[in-house]
Ligand binder design. Structure first.
Ligand SMILES: Nc1ncnc2c1ncn2[C@@H]1O[C@H](COP(=O)(O)OP(=O)(O)OP(=O)(O)O)[C@@H](O)[C@H]1O
Ligand SMILES: [Mg+2]
Length: 550
């Protein structure tokens, strides 16, 4: 019985409505079955199979045995991408085993969507040549509808799964997006990943040069041993680092590991490391997608943790600096106060001393008694010493005002050397000057710098008991000129090194302990640095670093 064209069209219309309006395959299947049976008689079996990767999933339950038996036929069908009509099953033209024993002919149509096989549509009739040409056309149109429907359902499922992936990625990112230290972050992340992927181990290798170093790993087995370092290009994580892509391997290894996945971690297009996961089953498409997603989240948190650590280091340094500067400030404030007070007092004392000196002079002139004159002479000498010391103190506490000019440092040092000849008297000291050629001119207050070298040279000479040397060197080092004053005198005790620049620290009889503090003060004003190396009984080297650019 032939069915009128109009009727077929109407059926197709309602079928298309039904198929596109539903996302429930079994329901669609029922409707398709019902419609087809109304128009094509003698149908004994019909089913739809979804193609999922290499597997066939029947919409209505089907015996597995037939699926296995027909594997060859199905792959032929998928390859052809066109329908196969077996008009008479007895002819055994195809390697096909009918699902229904009574079947005499069968029609198989691939369900396609944009040339991709989404499913197979199989139908068997109890008659030989059970399908007419118009039936075939009719069924092919239905299978096209089914293609749309199946791909929509797949998309929906994928969307659901993606949604779940995004949700887990979001959850994990929430947990690792806290201000963590690097070690802590990696630990937390590896544990979360292990739980999410049910992995046997999860490791993070950090890239340093051409080597990936095992940073940390999380494992559920106590027998796992991972290499401490891997060369880029070697093993799965090294290969992933080289290619910059996720790599998946499936091979049985010890401890139940059957598959591995290595995911590169990038920060601004630079590889920072690789995450490696080992599991007992093959990783699914979704897990790969999720791994890629999480590697991005991880890279962000990893970078943050690095910034966080740097910031912490910086804050610590700043705190230390603030503390040091505060201490310095307290000290300077103290000295400024002492300075202000002492300059007034010193002036008073100096006046008194001048009076005493004048009186001693008077006694020397007017009193004939030799003994008294002797005492008056001593008095005058002592007063002169005290006067000199007070002048030193006054000089030290006086604020410094620089008169800056470009000057040759060698010349200044030579002048200071001439002025310090008094300290060489009675000693056998070799002086050696050694200046690199073409040292640049340096901006300085010549008189003050002369004072600096006078102090350093006098100290050096005083440190030499009877015989020794003083070597003064000057050379350029990058953006600095470095001057060294070396002696082979008595040296400075370790415990005294930190004190020598403090005012009033002296180990000398009659010393004021203001020479080096004055040196430091002048150099500070010039923004030059001074440091000292010394060894007891061997000698000392004072180094001055002069920046050429400020
Ligand atoms: N070249 C040196 N070798 C060994 N010790 C030194 C040298 N330079 C400085 N010192 C030590 O540092 C101390 C402080 O030096 P500083 O020049 O400040 O004072 P002083 O030389 O003792 O007295 P002043 O310079 O006021 O006469 C010295 O007493 C000495 O112990
Ligand atoms: Mg001195």
């Amino acid at each position: 019985m032939s069915i009128p064209f109009d009727f077929r069209m109407q059926l197709l219309l309602s079928l298309s409505r039904e198929i596109s309006g539903s996302l429930n395959l079994p329901q669609i299947m029922r409707f398709v079955k019902f419609s087809i049976q109304t128009f094509i008689s003698n149908i004994v079996w019909m089913n739809i199979f979804e193609v999922e990767k290499d597997k066939l999933i029947p919409v209505e339950k089907e015996e597995k045995e037939y699926l296995i038996k027909n594997e060859k036929f199905f792959s032929e069908l998928k390859k052809r991408k066109e329908y196969i009509y077996i008009e008479d099953l007895k002819e055994k033209k195809y390697d096909y085993f009918p699902f229904c024993k009574e079947a005499k002919s069968a029609l198989w149509i691939p369900i396609k969507r944009w040339d991709k096989i989404e499913g197979l549509f199989g139908i068997e009739s109890e008659l030989v040549k059970g399908f007419k040409l118009e039936d075939v056309i009719f069924l092919r149109i239905i299978s096209d509808f089914l293609g749309v429907s199946i791909s929509n359902i797949k998309l929906l499922r994928e969307n659901e799964e993606r949604k779940k992936d995004f949700e887990s990625a979001y959850e994990i990112s929430l947990q690792i997006n806290k201000p963590f230290k690097k070690e802590e972050l990696v630990k937390t992340f590896l544990k979360l990943i292990s739980e999410k992927f049910n992995s046997i181990y999860t490791a993070f290798f950090e890239k340093q040069g051409d080597i990936l170093y095992l940073f940390d790993y999380y494992t559920t087995s106590n027998k796992i041993s991972l290499p401490h370092q891997v060369l880029i290009g070697e093993e799965i994580c090294g290969k992933s680092a080289l290619s910059g892509k996720l790599i998946k391997e499936y091979k049985e290894e010890a401890e139940g590991i059957k598959s591995k996945m290595a995911i590169p971690v990038f920060w601004k297009e630079n590889l920072v490391g690789v995450i490696e996961i080992g599991g007992e089953k093959d990783f699914s498409e979704n897990e790969i997608f999720l791994a890629n997603l999480l590697s991005n989240t991880f890279s962000l948190s990893y970078q943050n943790s690095k910034y966080y650590e740097e910031l912490e280091k910086y804050i610590n340094e700043m705190e230390k600096l603030v503390y040091e500067k505060t201490q310095e400030l307290i000290k300077t404030e103290k000295f400024a106060l002492i300075g202000q007070m002492s300059s007034v007092v010193i002036h008073e004392i100096k006046n008194l001393l001048a009076g005493i000196s004048a009186m001693a002079e008077f006694i020397l002139l007017k009193v004939p008694d030799e003994k008294i004159c002797e005492i008056a002479k001593m008095m005058k000498e002592e007063v002169e010493k005290a006067f000199k010391n007070l002048s030193n103190i006054l000089e030290y506490v006086k604020p410094i005002k620089l008169d800056l000019k470009k000057t040759r440092i060698e010349e200044v040092i030579k002048k200071a050397l001439l002025l310090s000849q008094g300290f060489f008297e009675g000693k056998n000291i070799d002086v050696e000057l050694n200046f690199e050629e073409n040292l640049p001119e340096i901006v300085m207050d010549e008189d003050k710098i002369k004072e600096v070298f006078l102090n350093l040279i006098s100290n050096a000479a005083q440190a030499i008991e009877s015989k020794g040397f003083i070597k003064i060197r000057g050379h350029r080092k990058n953006e600095f000129v470095v001057i060294e004053v070396e002696d082979n005198g008595i040296g400075i005790k370790k415990e005294d090194i930190d004190k020598i620049f403090e005012p009033f620290f002296t180990t000398k009889k009659g010393g004021t302990g203001l020479g080096l503090p004055r040196v430091k003060k002048i150099l500070d004003y010039h923004l030059w640095q001074i440091s000292v190396k010394s060894e007891i009984n061997k000698g000392s080297i004072f180094e001055i670093k002069i920046p050429l650019k400020i």
